[in-house]
Design a protein around this ligand. Structure first.
Ligand SMILES: [Zn+2]
Ligand SMILES: [Zn+2]
Length: 356
C-alpha cells in the first residue's frame, strides 16, 4: 500500500481552510482532473484521491477525526473506513448538476406497483377472511420466459455500443465541454439486441395476465386501510424483483351495527314497561343472537357493554365490544285498554287528575 497524501495537501489548502475554501478547491480540482476531460495517465487515480480528500474534509465529523488521528487504517479507503463513499460519480454528479457520468449497462429494475380496491362487509373485517381479487398485471412472457428472444435463438452484442450499453457524446456543460455518457438507444442500455423476437411478446419479454389472487384479509382493517402485498405487482426487468400490490379497503355500511374502532354500536328500542319493570331481551351480535338483561328502572341512553362481541383487533389480538344503546320509546298509538291503563298509572304517579 502506498503512503497516502495528506488530504489538505491533496486539495492544496491549509489546515484552517473554511468549508467554503474546501468546496472551492474541490470544484477546481475535480474539474481539472475529471477523467472525461483529462486523458493523462493517472487522472482517474488523482480524481479519486481528490474525491476522497473532499469526502472527509467536507464532513465536520470526519474532518475532526482526521485532524486528530490522520489516516485511519491502511485499506486504502479512508472513505470506506468511514462508510458510505459509494464511488466518485456520486459526488461529481452532485456538483455538476446531474451529469450522467455513471451510465452503463442498465441493471435489474423493480417492476411497477399496482393498486386495486376491495369492498368488505363488517362481518368480513370483524373476523378476517380470504378474499378473491382480480388484477391485470405484467409478468414474464410465458413463451420466452422474459428473454424476449424466440425460443432457440440468442440475442447478439449490440453493434451500436459494442455491448457496453452506453454511448459517449461530447456536450457543452456548465464548466465547458464534457463527454456525456448515456444509455445506448438501440439496445436500451442492455448491451445486446434481439435478432429473432419472441412471437408471443414481440421481443418485450413481457406479457399481461389477468390473475385472480386469494388474499388473506386480517381482522380489524377499516375503511381506508391499505394492505401491501409484497411482490404481487408487475414483474421486474432484467431479473429485478416484482413490484408490490396495494389493496385499498372499503367497508360497507352495516344495516344495524355502527362501527367505531374495534367496537360496534347497536341501538335497541324498549318500551316504558320494559324500562320500568326490567326485562330480558334478545339482541343481534356478529356471532348470532344473544340475551341481555335490562334491569328495572333503566333510563334511555343507558349503555350495555357486551364484552368481546366487537371487531377483532388488527394488532393486539382479542376483540372489541358490542355496545347496546337503549332507547325508551313513547307509544304513538294506544288501544282503549292501554289508554285506560296509562291513565290509571298517571293517577297513581300523581301527575294527572282523574277525568270525569
Ligand atoms: Zn416472449
Ligand atoms: Zn447498444
Amino acid at each position: 500500500m502506498t503512503t497516502k497524501r495528506d488530504y489538505y495537501e491533496v486539495l492544496g489548502i491549509d489546515r484552517n481552510a473554511t468549508d467554503e475554501d474546501i468546496k472551492k478547491a474541490f470544484r477546481k480540482l475535480a474539474f481539472q482532473h475529471h477523467p472525461d476531460r483529462n486523458n493523462d495517465a493517472g487522472a482517474t487515480d488523482k480524481f479519486k484521491e481528490i474525491n476522497q480528500a473532499y469526502e472527509v474534509l467536507s464532513s465536520p465529523d470526519k474532518r475532526a477525526t482526521y485532524d486528530r488521528f490522520g489516516h485511519v487504517g491502511d485499506d486504502g479507503g479512508m472513505g470506506q473506513g468511514f462508510g458510505g463513499f459509494g464511488g466518485f460519480g456520486d459526488i461529481f454528479d452532485a456538483f455538476f448538476g446531474g451529469m450522467n457520468t455513471t451510465a452503463g449497462r442498465q441493471g435489474p429494475r423493480q417492476g411497477g406497483s399496482l393498486q386495486t380496491s376491495v369492498i368488505l362487509t363488517l362481518e368480513e373485517v370483524a373476523f378476517g377472511c380470504d378474499k378473491e381479487i382480480k388484477i391485470s398485471r405484467i409478468e414474464n412472457c410465458s413463451v420466452c420466459r422474459g428473454t424476449g428472444s424466440k425460443p432457440g435463438s440468442q440475442p447478439v452484442r449490440c453493434p451500436t455500443c459494442n455491448g457496453s450499453g452506453q454511448v459517449r457524446r461530447v456536450q457543452q456543460g456548465f464548466f465547458g465541454r464534457f463527454v456525456n455518457v448515456t444509455p445506448c438507444d438501440r439496445c436500451n442500455g442492455e448491451g445486446q439486441v434481439i435478432t429473432e423476437p419472441c412471437p408471443q411478446c414481440r421481443g418485450s419479454g413481457r406479457e399481461k395476465f389477468n390473475r385472480t389472487l386469494t388474499i388473506n384479509i386480517p381482522c380489524g382493517v377499516d375503511n381506508g386501510s391499505q394492505l401491501r402485498l409484497t411482490g404481487e405487482g408487475d414483474a421486474g426487468t432484467r431479473g429485478g424483483p416484482s413490484g408490490d400490490l396495494y389493496l385499498n379497503i372499503s367497508v360497507r355500511r352495516h344495516e344495524i351495527f355502527i362501527r367505531e374502532g374495534d367496537n360496534i354500536f347497536y341501538d335497541l328500542d324498549i318500551n316504558f314497561a320494559q324500562a320500568a319493570l326490567g326485562d330480558e331481551v334478545e339482541v343481534p351480535t356478529l356471532d348470532g343472537q344473544s340475551m341481555i338483561k335490562i334491569p328495572a328502572g333503566t333510563q334511555t341512553g343507558k349503555l350495555f357493554h357486551m364484552k368481546d362481541k366487537g371487531v377483532g383487533r388488527l394488532r393486539s389480538g382479542g376483540r372489541g365490544d358490542e355496545i347496546v344503546r337503549l332507547k325508551v320509546t313513547t307509544p304513538e298509538k294506544l288501544t282503549k285498554e292501554q289508554k285506560k291503563l296509562f291513565e290509571e298509572l298517571a293517577q297513581s304517579l300523581g301527575t294527572k287528575k282523574q277525568k270525569k
